[in-house]
Write a protein that binds this ligand. Structure first.
Ligand SMILES: NC(=O)C1=CN([C@@H]2O[C@H](COP(=O)(O)OP(=O)(O)OC[C@H]3O[C@@H](n4cnc5c(N)ncnc54)[C@H](OP(=O)(O)O)[C@@H]3O)[C@@H](O)[C@H]2O)[C@@H](O)CC1
Ligand SMILES: Nc1ncnc2c1ncn2[C@@H]1O[C@H](COP(=O)(O)OP(=O)(O)O)[C@@H](O)[C@H]1O
Ligand SMILES: [K+]
Length: 500
């Protein structure tokens, strides 16, 4: 598990470390600068004579880190220059102290430094203290850095990237690598910040879990290798691994049902039954002969048979779909995953009473998982898609609270939220997954994990992680251009802890 923090959380942990743990600010700054120096030495020591480093320093402590880095590199024999941007009178105390020390070292600091003489550019303009769009002299500096050739390193956060949302505020530094201090910031993982940050290295500077003082970060992600599937019972039979009921696929949409059913099997479900339109019987039986088949008339008896249920992929919004949804909501209290058109139906006027009923069931303890993409989420919350996209974690939380459910808000960085507690932000997957049917595969994965007895929040987070890993493996085989949803289903669980 890896924490992802906001600027405010990071500032609080800085403060706790200094004031409560008693580690002075200048010590933290020195360690931050040492971590950045270690990284540069690892890359450039072999070509030190040809390496010329230019550091752009703002007037806050991020700039202070830059000044300390300049001193360390100069002491180590590197050619270093610093370009200060801003009014030195307004610099922080630590900045001024670093500046005084720097005067004893051979570092060029005049204002006429020509960027094109340098082959390593370090951005130390703003870190977590960025508070408004980058304009004027600062914007000119960012543009100058971006235009420069050579390697680009950002300290803590690329300047101009909002640490909390990953949004570009005005303009932003485009880094090859970001060395971030203490904990990884959310904005380095969320898009477009993730693209500006390049490769992210998180450096230990002495701010750790002891600095939380009871206030853990509200977001985390999984790192490679940290997801564990439930141990399989060696003596188990197909009943042991769960009966998964999938209500999917209207006339002409059998593919959605096949993809989701395949994914549930590939994730380990013992039995999968597909309830779908009569017209789909043959194609389902050919497409996935391992699945049991039932028509909509057999829904009620199938609800008794099932351990867990998913409804939505490809069901459409016609009357029959609404009736199926009604039956699933009213005639069962079993764990339920709602996806795609099941969510659209709940958002429509016709589905309002059902949505109310579902909320009441959630409050009474029914296990409910909702897996909307941004469009479906916007319909459920009656907000615009850009409002949802701009703050997906907050919107996912609202949805989770509204339905007393687990919300899986899908995007390039999917968020999983419970009513209470930390949010999970997924970092596996790639643009190849933006292809029709890949959401159906995710529904099947989550259903398969639930069928095996995983609890709902874990099934959602593991499911999203594994789905992304499968997408990465599929992209390894077919490139991001060539991935189709069926490839993702085929790659499920294969070496889930290895990146393609
Ligand atoms: N605490 C510690 O000991 C440690 C901290 N560490 C480091 O400190 C960094 C945080 O430092 P920080 O809090 O001083 O904020 P920082 O990112 O330098 O920016 C603030 C300055 O920018 C200015 N400013 C903001 N937006 C602006 C804009 N758009 N356009 C123009 N100006 C703008 C703002 O001005 P003001 O808003 O006050 O007018 C202020 O002057 C952190 O990221 C990490 O690198 C590490 O060394 C580890 C130990
Ligand atoms: N650029 C991307 N990077 C990573 N994952 C992505 C990207 N684009 C889409 N995905 C994932 O693919 C899936 C798409 O789901 P959805 O929009 O419901 O598709 P569909 O309705 O076609 O099945 C989601 O799980 C989403 O997180
Ligand atoms: K920076």
């Amino acid at each position: 598990m890896k924490y992802l923090v906001t600027a405010q959380e990071m500032k609080q942990y800085d403060k706790n470390t200094i004031e409560y743990l008693g580690i002075p600010g200048p010590v933290l700054m020195e360690r931050a600068a040492l971590a950045a120096e270690d990284f540069l030495k690892e890359r450039f020591d072999a070509v030190k004579e040809r390496t010329k480093v230019l550091i752009f320093a703002g007037m806050g402590n991020n700039g202070g880190d830059g000044l300390a880095l300049a001193r360390l590199l100069a002491a180590d024999g590197y050619a270093v220059a610093v370009k200060c941007v801003g009014d030195m009178q307004r610099a922080t105390k630590q900045w001024k102290s670093q500046w005084q020390t720097l005067q004893h070292f051979p570092v060029k600091t005049d204002s006429n430094i020509a960027v094109d003489e340098y082959n390593v550019i370090v951005d130390a303009l703003f870190g977590v203290g960025l508070s408004r769009p980058v304009e004027g002299n600062y914007a000119d500096a960012v543009k100058e850095m971006n235009k420069a050739e050579g390697f680009k390193l950002a300290l803590d956060v690329p300047s101009g990237i909002c640490s909390d949302t990953g949004r570009v505020l005005g303009c932003a530094f485009l880094a090859d690598v970001t060395v971030t201090f203490g904990f990884c910031k959310r904005g380095l993982v969320l898009y477009p910040g993730a693209e500006y940050a390049g490769e992210v290295r998180t450096a230990n500077v002495g701010i750790g879990q002891e600095s939380f003082l009871g206030q853990e970060p509200e977001m985390y992600t999984y790192e490679k290798g940290s997801v564990q599937l439930l141990k399989r019972n060696a003596a188990g039979n197909k009943g042991t691994f769960g009966k998964a009921l999938l209500v999917a696929g209207s006339n002409g949409m059998a593919g959605a049902a096949i993809l989701a059913a395949k994914a549930a099997y590939r994730t380990g479900a013992g039995m999968v039954k597909v309830i779908t339109a009569e017209e789909n019987r043959q194609i389902i039986q050919q497409g996935i002969p391992e699945a049991l088949y039932g028509s909509c008339r057999q829904l009620t008896e199938s609800l008794d048979w099932a351990d867990v249920i998913a409804i939505g992929p490809g069901i459409g919004r016609e009357e029959q779909a609404l009736q199926c949804l009604k039956t699933v909501v009213e005639r069962s209290r079993k764990p339920l995953v709602l996806d795609a058109d099941a969510l659209n139906l709940l958002a429509e006027e016709n589905g309002r009473m059902l949505a109310e009923e579902l909320r009441a069931q959630g409050a009474e303890g029914r296990v409910i998982l909702l897996t909307p993409h941004v469009g479906e989420l916007s319909r459920l919350l009656k907000r615009t898609t850009s409002e949802c996209k701009d703050d997906l974690p907050a919107c996912a939380k609202i949805l989770a609270k509204r339905f007393h459910a687990v919300a899986v808000a899908k995007d390039a960085r999917t968020v999983v939220c419970k009513e209470q507690g930390a949010c999970y932000l997924n970092t596996t997957g790639n643009s190849g997954m933006a292809t029709a049917g890949s959401g159906d595969v995710l529904t099947g994965v989550i259903l398969g994990l639930l069928a095996q007895g995983m609890d709902a929040p874990e099934a959602a987070t593991c499911g999203v992680y594994l789905h992304g890993m499968a997408g990465d493996l599929a992209a390894g085989l077919h490139t991001e251009y060539g991935v189709m949803a069926g490839d993702i289903a085929e790659c499920l669980i294969k070496n889930q802890n290895k990146k393609a």
